[in-house]
Design a protein around this ligand. Structure first.
Ligand code: 8YV
Length: 333
């Protein structure tokens, strides 16, 4: 039997072709974002879905699609999926870890440097035609990255890759806070020192957020946390919207409570708070942390590998490379 799958968003044509070699595919070449009703309608009769962060997969949807067996997310984060509800119904969830680690760490570092050295603000100044005199000693003074203290909140694979860049490439002192402390050998490998959250907030010159979104990380950085930071500090969020209270951050940036921010993710994206758009000391990018050609291809390919293995159609059926809830596999006949 050929399994039927829904690819909720557009992907690279050759990777979509590979999906079609294995499944009856309903795709979305126009790349529209489905409403919950539209998603439910299109998932009828589908055994698998190649999903992204723009679709919510929850218990009500699963109950309305009882034939669904695999949710293969394109992305390392999967907070758009109710994993417990999937597990309870025997639906396998997969994500795309590892393949995006270094690319996303590069991007986080770039955003942090852009905020620290005021690159976007200076570029806008120049494009406006405002650069009329050379050699002004205090034009766009920023803060150093090399030799500064890099703080990392959330020390998974991407956090560790950012730590290595800071410590080995830029001579930074690296401190981190995480739910669980890393093993000593892993800490040593990325030259990072474990501290409590207050110390992290108080000592970081450049604080980078790389933790997953969950109810417990909602507004992990709000007004109280921003108040503990140095007035010269920068804050970079490449994790998820909702981890930072964007309204509180906009106030802190406007009042000079912290110096600058670099943001790739936002509460309610793609809609941004107008206050953020009006501020000069924040670098804003549209959730492109993993967006290099090689990495986005690798993510889509891995999601397809997961679907092929998860649905057990054809010779490549077997153990999916990156299951989020592997317990589901053990229960399968
Ligand atoms: C993806 C991401 O682009 O991997 C993640 O968790 O946030 C991004 O790399 C996004 O999830 C697309 O679905």
């Amino acid at each position: 039997m050929h399994c039927a799958v829904l690819a909720t968003r557009a992907t690279f044509p050759d990777i979509a072709d590979r999906l079609r070699q294995h499944f009856d595919v309903e795709d979305n070449p126009a790349d529209t974002i489905f409403s919950p009703e539209e998603l439910l309608r299109r998932l009828q009769g589908k055994h698998g879905v190649m999903s992204t962060g723009s679709e919510r997969i929850d218990a009500a949807l699963l109950d309305a699609c009882p034939q669904l067996r695999a949710v293969c997310n394109v992305g390392v984060g999967y907070n758009n999926v109710d994993v417990d509800a999937c597990t309870a119904r025997g639906v396998l969830v997969t994500n795309t870890p590892d393949v995006l680690t270094e690319t996303t760490a590069d991007f986080g570092f770039a955003l942090m440097m852009a905020a620290a050295r005021r690159i976007a603000e200076a570029e806008h100044f120049l494009r406006r035609g405002d650069w009329t005199r050379t050699g002004i000693y205090d034009m766009f003074l920023g803060s150093d990255v090399h030799g500064a203290t890099l703080g990392i909140l959330g020390m998974g694979r991407i956090g560790q890759a950012i730590a290595r860049r800071g410590a080995l490439g830029f001579g930074m002192r690296v401190i981190y806070h995480n739910r669980t402390r890393l093993a000593p050998a892993v800490e040593a490998g990325c030259r990072a020192e474990y501290v409590d959250k207050d110390t992290l907030l108080g000592q970081s010159d450049h604080l980078v957020l790389v933790l997953p979104y969950s109810q417990s990380s909602h507004h992990a950085i709000g007004a109280a946390e921003l108040d503990r930071m140095k007035p010269t500090a920068t804050l970079t969020n490449i994790a998820r919207g909702g981890i930072v209270d964007d309204a509180a951050l906009a106030r802190a940036l406007r009042s000079g409570r912290i110096a600058a921010a670099g943001l790739d993710v936002f509460e309610g994206e793609p809609t941004l708070r107008p206050e953020l758009l009006a501020l000069p000391n924040v670098v804003l990018t549209p959730h492109i942390g993993s967006a290099s050609v090689g990495t986005r291809r690798a993510m889509a390919s891995l999601a397809v590998d997961n679907l092929i293995a998860a649905l057990g159609c054809g010779p490549q059926a077997g153990r999916p490379p990156s299951p989020v809830n592997p317990a589901v596999l053990q229960k399968r006949p």
